[in-house]
Design a protein. Structure first.
Length: 234
């Protein structure tokens, strides 16, 4: 079987939940568990590559505007808000009180407005605002105790950042360089070694982002050590 793309499991679960809600709103009988499972698996394999293909076609069409950047966190918040709005206003055996378009509009508004409000309240970019990294495009960065020379192995530009202790979200790495395909750059880690838990939790952290996203780092969920993150343009 082909590998699942990132976010495929979430899309499958979201599709199943959508089917359940839509059938309930239409006053139709529930589907059996095996049918829901089949729908979830099929959507997990089919929908993500379809979205990727459509996005590439859109970007390759000169007269269409650039697609807005939507993070997985925003999708989760929007989906949760839409499901909550439609579910809380639904009464069993009665026609839906909230139109479907209104529920979707609530979800879009929450996805667009809530993350910036949380960022402003906390003083740093939260998970819903962080961009995906492209660390896979680097050579000489991962697996090194003190990364010094890093090359771009992808066919698009990347911004590589080396964050030292004291540099973290919302500030970008001081040593950040944008590399064209095939280019390399030399960093100066000084005496600081790569962050590792539990041996060296406050060491340096490296990450690569796709411009205009900016490399930075943030504390791990455990509270010890750091992980490289990509901040939105700013």
């Amino acid at each position: 079987m082909p590998d699942l793309l990132p976010g495929a499991v979430f899309i499958g679960l979201l599709t199943v939940l959508s089917v359940i809600i839509l059938r309930a709103r239409a006053l139709k009988p529930r589907l059996s568990l095996w049918k829901l499972a089949l729908i979830g698996v099929a959507s997990a394999y089919i929908l993500p590559p379809t979205f990727v293909f459509l996005a590439r076609v859109w970007q390759a069409t000169p007269w269409l505007p650039a697609l807005p950047v939507v993070t997985s966190g925003q999708v989760f918040l929007g989906a949760w808000a839409t499901v909550a709005a439609l579910t809380l206003t639904q009464r069993r055996g009665q026609p839906p009180r909230l139109p479907l378009w209104a529920g979707l509009l609530i979800g879009v508004a929450v996805a667009a407005l809530l993350p910036p409000l949380i960022d402003r309240a906390t003083g740093s970019f939260q998970n819903a605002s962080l961009r995906p990294d492209v660390t896979r495009c680097t050579r000489g960065m991962m697996g090194q105790v003190q990364p010094r020379e890093v090359a771009n192995t992808c066919d698009f530009a990347i911004t590589v950042g080396l964050c030292l202790p004291g540099e973290m979200n919302p500030a970008p790495c001081a040593q950040s360089v944008t590399l064209q395909p095939g280019e390399s750059v030399t960093f100066d880690p000084g005496e600081v070694r790569l962050s590792s838990v539990p041996g060296n939790p406050d060491g340096l952290t490296v990450v690569a982002c796709r411009p205009p996203d900016r490399p930075s780092r943030w504390g791990n969920v455990s509270g010890r050590g750091y992980r490289g993150v990509c901040l939105p343009p700013g």
